[in-house]
Design a protein around this ligand. Structure first.
Ligand SMILES: C[S@@+](CC[C@H](N)C(=O)[O-])C[C@H]1O[C@@H](n2cnc3c(N)ncnc32)[C@H](O)[C@@H]1O
Length: 258
């Protein structure tokens, strides 16, 4: 039994350290490559929401860096994770992908206590990370703190399929087949029983949207991916002058400077 948030954080960190070397392979294998397509959709949605604004994006819980690399097609990115072996693999991947290091920086840090100043980022993304937070509420408020006013949050997370027959098939796969395959390939039984359990504990899309609002985000919305297997949640930190978003904020900054 997990007794405290600190203990949950430690266990999550150790678990990801244990499967880090097999993480990418298992991700693509167990999702049949769908995770790659989902991250591309995150990129497209962030592009639409940021509407030409420039700045740095924090990819929190960056793991081995796949979403950071996707976002780096357009923005400067800081990838942050509290699991050192994941960051080492991310660093190696960035080197393999050429000049990624020039636009992506990596930082070791805990989402519940981020090592960044207030209002540092144009946007924050988190892919498959929030459900692991020892205290989701605290993590979301910390994200809000480092977002600049009008900045955008994008959370990609597993969700609860909504189509009845598909939901049954998916549940069977996710709860019965996936843990066995994951154990077989990674050699770690607990990580792949933890996965369906943590998704089961995570709020469904609408309650999570409400949670974002309670934690101070506005313009919250979500879209379901692949019948609800995953969902992309978005929201904004309220702007100082109404909810005009980061582009308006950028222009306001320019006007103040001139
Ligand atoms: C399922 S992986 C997702 C990695 C990557 N975002 C992706 O899409 O493949 C979850 C990552 O979140 C990180 N993580 C979980 N809780 C965290 C926390 N409190 N602070 C920082 N990183 C955390 C883990 O170390 C792990 O690398």
């Amino acid at each position: 039994m997990i007794r405290s948030p600190d203990e949950k954080s430690r266990r999550v960190r150790e678990m990801f350290a244990g499967i880090a070397r097999r993480y990418d392979f298992l991700n693509h294998f167990l999702s049949l490559g769908t995770d790659i397509y989902w991250r591309k959709r995150v990129f497209r949605r962030m592009t639409a929401l940021l509407d030409g604004a420039d700045g740095r994006i924090l990819d929190l819980c960056c793991g081995t860096g796949d979403l950071a690399l996707e976002l780096a097609r357009r923005w400067k990115v800081v990838g942050c994770d509290f699991c050192h072996p994941m960051l080492v693999l991310a660093g190696q991947k960035l080197v393999r992908r050429g000049n990624g290091r020039q636009v992506i920086r990596l930082a070791e840090g805990d989402a519940l206590q981020l090592p960044f100043a207030d209002a540092s980022f144009l946007a924050v993304t988190v892919a498959f990370g929030v459900r692991n937070f020892a205290d989701i509420d605290r993590g979301l408020r910390e994200i809000r703190r480092v977002l600049r006013p009008g900045g955008v949050l994008g959370v990609l997370e597993f969700s609860h399929p909504v189509v009845p027959v598909f939901r049954g098939i998916f549940r069977f796969y996710f709860q019965r087949i996936l843990p066995r395959l994951g154990h077989w390939v990674s050699g770690d039984r607990s990580a792949y029983t933890y996965l369906p359990a943590s998704v089961g504990d995570f709020p469904a899309a609408e309650p999570f949207r409400e949670m974002l609002q309670v934690c101070g985000f506005v313009e919250t919305a979500f879209e379901r991916f692949t019948g609800g297997v995953a969902a992309l949640h978005v929201g904004r930190r309220p702007s100082l002058r109404g909810n005009e978003g980061p582009v308006a904020r950028e222009r306001a900054d320019e006007n103040e400077a001139s």
